[in-house]
Write a protein that binds this ligand. Structure first.
Ligand SMILES: [Zn+2]
Ligand SMILES: [Zn+2]
Length: 760
């Protein structure tokens, strides 16, 4: 080396293995004519670089500013080192056994380079549906164990052909060490089958034929990245109806997929933020406002103002959508609420009564991962479901914690494991109400612990004794177990996202959560810290006649709120919704309420939404959780004013009376006010009421931070309105952006509460 030669040692921490990071470093070194070496280490990538000071500085600058699309850099450390007079720059083998503290990339969409090759007739991978490179393709879902090398993935069954191997070995190639690298000669293939598993047509005509069958109105099961989809032509009402019937899914919206933004804009509004989400490499389902009229069937999302839309993310999706559809329904390949099918045998077993044909392939999916669902509300992206594309990227905590397993809640379950200052939330597991989902829950815990090399020392779970996740946790042979109150976990999950310390006012609003007094909470104002909380206010208790039945049948809650507001006189009210209820049923429910038979007490705000929706005549029973509340929200009109009367009592906590609100709603209904007006007034009432209480509590306790969490905050009027109203009163307001506000994010809170309690 010449004079003025310096050397530096750089350590890069984050998701930097299996994402083309070393070739990127190699090419960067070549660009600046620098010598040295790069290697994977236990915690990331280590670089020794030497050359002129200016060029080394330029190298460092570009290293931190540019990186491969899948890399996720947490930090780069840099220190001076002795010059070793390297004669070249080399990618060297990892020294020693790579320890399991590296991070694994999520599965992401096919990149533009690969897509370009796939569409080029002279490319050797022309129309090959499994084209990928270090910048794109499957990761998390094909990994069985770590380190992330081909023999530890479902690509182990495919031996690379000489041209693929040459790419894999060449540091200057985009496919250098791309573990799923393959081509039509050596890699996985698709095939088209009927539902009796007879092959109709093999590759390469299978995709074209599949598209023809979809156009003819058939339902197809299509194997994707994280599991099977059930597909139908979204413009064909008969096909979509048929799919609803066979899948036992009456009204819940179906997700759809379109070829490009142009196609989407024909039926939905795409704002700049939505466009960013849609086109991101994670390719989530994004909620988009429907346009007034479109070619799509009303059956796709009946009674809903939104479509859940995604762009294609696998090469196979592109090849299929290229055949000319406005949109395809692409809903999870499962029956009702079971886990999504991933295995071919399992898919034929479970889906052959739903799908007419199967477009399958022979690359195994080791771990299912449903599509993620996002929307853009109140200035930020909001997760409704965090799964494919985002898992297993951790949430970074403000400090290191012990290894913890948090088992989550019952509905929309996810689990969370912690390692140092990182909390890893699992993909969406689902509602732990059937054996299949419970098996998936256990499998996911084992898998995450294995690939992250975590042996939990503390187990966190909900306080609800009947949750399967609680029972699982309590049976584990780990000494240290901590049961966390549901709404406390909600608040702390949001605190963890924003790295908050000390006490906050937490508005924790959802449908159901087990309270410390055994009642069902859900309209809670907590003064919360990580390790404990105080219940500063809550909705006054009302009975839930029939317990779980009251969730499925909001008219029962309507009766309960009416009886609370008017006593037994409520039966004389002139309410259309009341007149529709069988008088004998009404008597029975009235008795149940007054005698407390099978009528647990609840302070749930979710139930209040249900009750108001039922009193307005929106619906008396629901097909999925939160349906009535959602429809009440969607009915709201901006061009109305007024607030219902509200008030609270002061016992040891502020007890919010629902009776004046219910009476206001009833008066408006009796005066034939439009539902849109009532809905807006109801929302506005809640915003004023909770803002007033926050001001009161904030003054009493000298607090100025409010955290919003819980499934009710999926309501965008409430989230936007409360955020604005509280900020006007000079509160700092925090809501979820990294994990779902619903129970899908609660395992994060459980883990952090357990860590804080264990420390004390
Ligand atoms: Zn690629
Ligand atoms: Zn090949």
């Amino acid at each position: 080396m010449t004079d003025h030669c310096v050397a530096r040692r750089l350590k890069v921490n984050g998701i930097v293995q299996g994402v083309g990071f070393r070739p990127f470093v190699f090419q960067l070194a070549e660009k600046f004519n620098l010598k040295g070496e790069v290697a994977n280490t236990s915690s990331g990538v280590a670089i020794h670089i030497e050359g002129s000071p200016e060029k080394v500085a330029a190298f460092e600058k570009e290293l931190s500013e540019k990186s491969p699309p899948l890399a996720y850099i947490i930090e780069i450390s840099s220190q001076t080192e002795a010059v070793k007079n390297h004669t070249e720059f080399a990618i060297v083998k990892s020294k020693g056994q790579a320890k399991r503290s590296t991070l694994i990339s999520p599965d992401v969409s096919v990149c533009d380079d690969c897509r370009g090759e796939m569409l080029a007739p002279d490319d050797r991978r022309y129309h090959y549906p499994f084209i990928n490179c270090t910048n794109c393709g499957p990761r998390y879902t094909i990994i069985d164990d770590i380190p992330y090398d081909r023999p530890k993935t479902s690509m182990r069954h495919f031996k690379m052909c000489p041209p693929c191997q040459a790419e894999y070995d060449d540091p200057t190639n985009r496919r250098f060490h791309a573990q799923p690298n393959a081509c039509a000669d050596c890699g996985p293939h698709v095939g088209l089958y009927d539902n009796q598993r007879n092959e109709i047509i093999p590759h390469p005509q299978a995709v074209k034929k599949a598209a023809d069958l979809l156009k003819a109105g058939h339902i197809l099961a299509i194997k994707g990245l994280g599991g099977y989809h059930l597909a139908a032509d979204a413009a064909n009402t008969d096909a979509v109806k048929q799919l609803r019937r066979r899948k036992l899914r009456e009204e819940k919206p179906f997700a759809i997929m379109s070829y490009d933004l142009g196609a989407i804009e024909r039926y939905a509004r795409v704002g700049p933020e939505e466009e960013k989400l849609l086109t991101s490499i994670q390719r989530p389902i994004v909620l988009l406002e429907k346009k007034k009229s479109s070619a799509l069937s009303e059956e796709v999302a009946p009674g809903n103002n939104y479509f859940g839309v995604m762009l294609p993310y696998t090469p196979l999706h592109y090849l299929l959508l290229e055949q000319g559809f406005d949109a395809l329904v692409m809903t999870s390949g499962n029956l009702s609420e079971e886990p999504i099918a991933i295995d071919n045998d399992d898919a034929f077993n479970r889906l052959s009564d739903i799908a007419d044909y199967f477009l399958i392939h022979n690359r195994d999916i080791y771990l299912r991962s449903d599509d993620s669902i996002l929307r853009y509300v109140a200035g930020a992206r909001r997760f409704l479901r965090r799964s494919r594309g985002y898992v297993p990227i951790p949430v970074f905590l403000k400090n290191e914690v012990a290894p913890i397993l948090a088992c989550g809640a019952e509905l929309k379950n996810t689990i969370c494991v912690t390692r140092q200052d990182k909390a890893f939330l699992s993909q969406h597991i689902g509602d732990l109400e059937n054996l299949a989902t419970y098996e998936f829950f256990k499998l996911t815990i084992a898998h995450l612990n294995r690939i992250l090399d975590i042996e939990p020392e503390i187990i966190a779970c909900d306080m609800h004794p009947d949750y399967l996740s609680t029972q699982y946790a309590l049976e584990l042979e780990v000494d240290h177990k901590i049961q966390v109150q549901h709404h406390h976990a909600h608040v702390v999950s949001c605190m963890a996202e924003h790295k908050l310390e000390g006490a906050v006012i937490g508005l924790s609003f959802d449908g159901t959560g087990y309270g410390t007094d055994g009642a069902i909470w859900g309209g809670e104002i907590l003064v919360a810290r990580e390790h404990d909380f105080e219940r500063a206010g809550h909705l006054a208790y009302v009975p839930m006649p029939g317990s779980a039945a009251a969730i499925k049948e909001p008219w029962r809650m309507a009766v309960s709120y009416l009886q609370d507001a008017y006593g037994s006189d409520f039966r004389n009210l002139d309410l259309p919704a009341l007149n529709e209820i069988d008088t004998q049923k009404l008597t029975v429910i009235g008795e149940m309420i007054s005698k407390g038979i099978n009528s647990p007490l609840t302070s749930s705000l979710g139930r209040l939404f249900d009750g108001v929706a039922a009193i307005c005549g929106i619906r008396d029973r629901v097909n999925f959780e939160g349906q009535a509340a959602m429809e009440l929200e969607m009915a709201a009109r901006e061009d109305s004013d007024g607030v219902y009367e509200y008030g609270w009592g002061t016992e040891e906590a502020y007890k919010i009376f629902t009776a004046p609100i219910i009476q206001g709603v009833v008066d408006d209904v009796a005066n034939a006010k439009p539902i849109g007006e009532i809905s807006s007034r109801f929302h506005r009432t809640l915003i004023c009421l909770f803002t007033d209480l926050c001001v009161l509590i904030g003054k009493e306790r000298e607090m100025n931070r409010v955290v919003l969490s819980g499934g009710v905050f999926q309501n965008s009027i409430l989230l936007t309105g409360l955020t604005g109203a509280l900020e006007e009163k000079n509160f700092k307001v925090f809501s979820h952006q990294q994990v779902p506000t619903n129970d899908g994010g609660i395992s994060l809170g459980q883990a952090v509460v357990a860590a804080a309690k264990a420390k004390r």
